[in-house]
Design a protein around this ligand. Structure first.
Ligand SMILES: [Zn+2]
Length: 326
């Protein structure tokens, strides 16, 4: 029989056979605890299905796609840095109780690798970034010469639209009796995200070419830069776990002074002192550069605000960047 996740489980995942076995033995039995001929594997628990997401962007997508059928809990609150986040006992309990788990993967949750791998052995766990076509992912060389894949895929809305579809496929596979509902919601949300993508391209094009440089605290915006035609520079590397030194500050100051860049941006999930060091460096060279505002990078805004949704967070970032650099 076909396994519902077969199409989307990461090829490189060493856990696929184990997940398969667990599902076959526990979760995929028919009405009487036995598979009836021709019956598909089905979710046999209670509704709503309990989904756990690590970061808000993923939680947002599951909420939209699983409307009315899935309850979503996010482990990380707004403003929390996923690269440094360590799972608490409460998180472990939530993961234990979850029916299905979604996370960023590609080492986004760098300090949670072990727990997420453990959970992946006992229940469906989907690293959403790893479901994207390999050729769409950005790879770069770290200082130590190691090649890593950039996990910040939500900043290319056209890629995030694919993630939304994959979440729809995963939920449809897990709960086949509502497959068309999940797929319908996923298609509707995908369409909204693709509209956002076109709007973002048009807005970024309003910035004069020479000013199209986005300076932020950490390297979260490479997908954004590639998708919307703006050069990006971060003080810290792709993970905030890497330190930055005087050399990094000086290099960034040189670029800003040479290009006469007017604004830099802080990030809600990162202390502002890193970007302030660059601001002071520019001032010492006689160049005033303002903090153009706060961007949501690895975390969304408070749930009670428009920035507490993916669409609102993305619009806020675009408007903040364009209005400061234009
Ligand atoms: Zn990041």
């Amino acid at each position: 029989m076909g396994y519902p996740f077969q199409g989307i489980i990461n090829r490189r995942s060493p856990h696929f056979p184990i997940i398969l076995i667990v599902c076959l033995s526990l979760g995929c039995s028919g009405k009487n605890g036995m598979n009836e001929p021709g019956e598909k594997a089905a979710f046999k628990g209670q509704y709503p299905i309990r989904a756990v997401a690590t970061v808000g962007m993923i939680g947002d997508a599951i909420t939209r796609v699983g409307k009315g059928l899935v309850s979503v809990e996010c482990l990380m609150a707004p403003g929390v840095d996923p690269h440094l986040y360590k799972a608490s006992q409460k998180d472990v309990d939530r993961l234990d109780k979850a029916d299905i788990v979604f996370y960023g993967g590609l080492h986004l949750e760098g300090k949670m690798t072990e727990i997420l791998e453990k959970i992946g052995r006992i229940k469906p766990s989907i690293p959403v970034g790893e479901q994207l076509p390999a050729e769409s992912l950005i790879r770069s060389e770290m200082k130590q010469g190691e090649i890593t894949t950039d996990p910040h895929v939500w900043f290319d809305a056209s890629l995030w639209a694919i993630v939304v579809e994959k979440i729809g496929e995963a939920l449809a596979g897990f709960d086949p009796s509502h497959a068309s509902a999940y797929q319908g919601e996923a298609q509707a949300y995908r369409k909204e995200i693709l509209e956002l993508h076109e709007w973002a391209k048009a807005r970024i094009a309003e910035i004069p070419q020479s000013q199209r440089l986005l300076v932020t605290a950490h390297d979260a915006f490479h997908y954004f830069g590639r998708a919307y035609g703006i050069e990006v520079r971060g003080l810290q590397g792709m993970s905030t776990a890497s330190e930055f030194g005087l050399n990094d500050v000086n290099q960034l100051v040189d670029t800003i002074v040479e290009r006469k860049i007017k604004a830099m941006f802080i990030e809600t999930s990162i202390p502002r002192r890193s970007i302030e060091a660059v601001q002071q460096g520019c001032l010492a060279r006689g160049q005033q550069v303002v903090i153009g505002g706060e961007l949501f990078s690895d975390s969304m805004g408070d749930p009670s605000t428009p920035e507490g949704t993916y669409l609102g967070m993305f619009r806020h970032n675009i408007n903040t960047i364009v209005d400061s650099l234009k």
